[in-house]
Design a protein around this ligand. Structure first.
Ligand code: FMN
Length: 156
């Protein structure tokens, strides 16, 4: 089963989780990148607003044939209870090439926020699996067991 991890990360939590997951699964990681620096309070509110209003923003091209992978795992934060705008833009651009998709979300809240349902509703596709990891656990490096369990569950 050929898997690819795709990361979007503003403050590093999702990158850390994505790299750990890829290490366990023994697969590559690629990153969704933008040409803007989302820094400061204005950008915080702008980013939340973009996520809520489902805005498509410019992202850098990723020169990968996604159709060569059996599945793609997106690792990203939750913004305003929603998909981050750069992740939505990635999906808008490449989802039709992706055979099977799953999600790992990092978030401040310790509650189970079902952002994969937002994906399923907006993109009319089902995610094969998803998990949410609390940002505090990522910062304290106590997320690895959860990620290992998830990797074992999805490993075929
Ligand atoms: C614009 C913005 C909106 C956010 N909205 C939420 C939210 O609705 N719920 C939540 O639990 N965390 C929210 N967060 C926190 C991030 O999801 C969390 O810190 C995440 O781990 C950051 O991942 P990153 O370091 O990979 O960027 C938000 C963060 C930002 C920057």
């Amino acid at each position: 089963m050929k898997t690819l991890v795709v990361v979007y990360s503003l403050t590093g939590n999702s990158r850390k989780v994505g790299e750990t997951l890829a290490g366990i699964l023994g697969c590559d990681v690629v990153e969704i990148k933008e040409n803007v620096k989302r820094k400061g309070i204005i950008w915080f509110f702008k980013s939340g607003y973009e996520a809520l209003t489902k805005k498509i923003v410019p992202i850098e091209d990723i020169n990968i044939d996604f159709s060569q992978f059996d599945r793609v795992l997106i690792v990203c934060p939750i913004w305003a209870g929603n998909l981050p705008s750069p992740v939505r833009s990635f999906l808008n651009k490449y989802l039709d090439k992706i055979k099977d998709i799953g999600f790992v979300f990092t978030l401040t809240s310790d509650e189970k926020v079902k952002v994969e349902k937002v994906f399923e509703k907006d993109f009319k596709r089902k995610a094969f699996d998803s998990i949410s990891i609390c940002a505090a656990k990522v910062r304290c490096n106590i997320f690895e067991d959860e990620i290992k369990k998830f990797a074992d569950k999805i490993r075929v």
